[in-house]
Design a protein around this ligand. Structure first.
Ligand SMILES: [Zn+2]
Length: 340
């Protein structure tokens, strides 16, 4: 051997290739495998956690508070939802709109139970539309339908609930606060503009919907005598003074981004649009004001608070070919429809 040191080097390289490298590789592979295993286990734990979080079997029975009588009725969630869908949406609306309503109402119910426990004592939810969501018994609903449409209407409601059984709207795996209303006037509203101190939710953005002007809920007027208006306002604002001789005695000062009235000046007092809505009994806060002779006329667009899904908007979308999932994803931004 001309160069023994080179020979030693070759031997060492040989040993390295045959024994050491495979050992290192195996160790690395073992490490990778262990990491993979760990990741798999974590994934499984997450899945189990998710399943526990979404174990809505606990909501099989709803304790419904009848606001008028103060009685609490226990009924299955589906039976409860038949009563909500039939109270909240006209049965002659499109099937896909009724399905969207069923999923929104189911989601709203679960959100209330999960997040607002204790609001109604032992009950989960009440039957008042201004507090929770409206509910009507089958017997009462049937009475309001003509005899020939009763069965068909009821079957439509039942089918909307049953065909979407177990489906709720989720955002980042949680049930959303699925607000809905009658008619948005073409554009929905942010929650923070409706409820004072109300927080906004990422899935409740202001969205536009075509075709809402085709519904009777779209526009309405309220005419009130100047003297009656002052009487009504004085109950809440005892120091209010309006001199109708003055220019701009009543003036809208500010609008929300969606075009609803945020603040109005009545004489010497500034009042929130939401407050005027409840004092005067307007269908929404999207209004203009006109003074004519002894009257004050409020011309109103839309019906309801304007947050979340518009029911006439849902029906309008269904008429244009959208299915219930598309309708829900239009009104609630970035959400998924999950089966529980
Ligand atoms: Zn309630």
């Amino acid at each position: 051997m001309k160069n023994p040191s080179k020979f030693v080097l070759y031997i060492m390289i040989f040993i390295l290739i045959i024994f050491v490298l495979p050992a290192i590789c195996t160790k690395r592979m073992k490490k990778t495998k262990a990491k993979e295993n760990e990741q798999n286990i974590n994934k499984q734990i997450d899945n189990v956690k998710e399943k526990i979080k979404h174990d809505y079997s606990q909501y099989g029975t709803i304790k419904l508070l009848h606001k008028e009588s103060g009685q609490i009725e226990e009924l299955s969630i589906d039976k409860y939802l038949y009563g909500v869908v039939s109270a909240e949406m006209p049965a002659n609306y499109e099937d896909e709109a009724l399905k969207a309503q069923a999923v929104a109402a189911r989601t709203y119910t679960i959100y209330q139970i999960s997040n607002n426990k204790g609001k109604h004592g032992d009950a989960d939810i009440c039957d008042e539309s201004t507090c929770c969501q409206a509910w009507i018994s089958k017997e009462e609903r049937m009475k309001s339908w003509s005899e020939e449409e009763r069965e068909k209407n009821w079957n439509k409601i039942v089918s909307a609930v049953n065909s979407t059984a177990g489906q709720i709207i989720t955002y980042k795996n949680d049930a959303i606060n699925a607000f809905f209303h009658s008619n948005s006037g073409g554009k929905t509203e942010l929650a923070s503009n409706v409820w004072i101190g109300g927080k906004d939710f990422p899935y409740l953005q202001s969205v536009e919907t075509a075709g809402e002007d085709n519904y009777s809920q779209y526009s309405s007027d309220v005419t009130i005598l100047k003297t009656d208006l002052i009487d009504k306002l004085r109950k809440e604002y005892p120091d209010i003074q309006i001199n109708f001789e003055e220019n701009e005695s009543i003036k809208i000062l500010e609008y929300t981004k969606s075009g609803r009235v945020k603040t109005v000046k009545f004489g010497n007092t500034e009042i929130a649009g939401t407050k005027i809505r409840s004092i005067v009994g307007l269908k929404s806060t999207n209004f203009s004001i006109k003074i004519e002779g002894e009257n004050v006329i409020f011309s109103v667009i839309g019906y309801g608070h304007g947050v979340g899904m518009s029911q006439t908007g849902a029906d309008s979308m269904a008429k244009s070919g959208s299915n219930y999932e598309e309708i829900l994803k239009h009104f609630y931004t970035g959400v998924e429809i999950s089966t529980i």
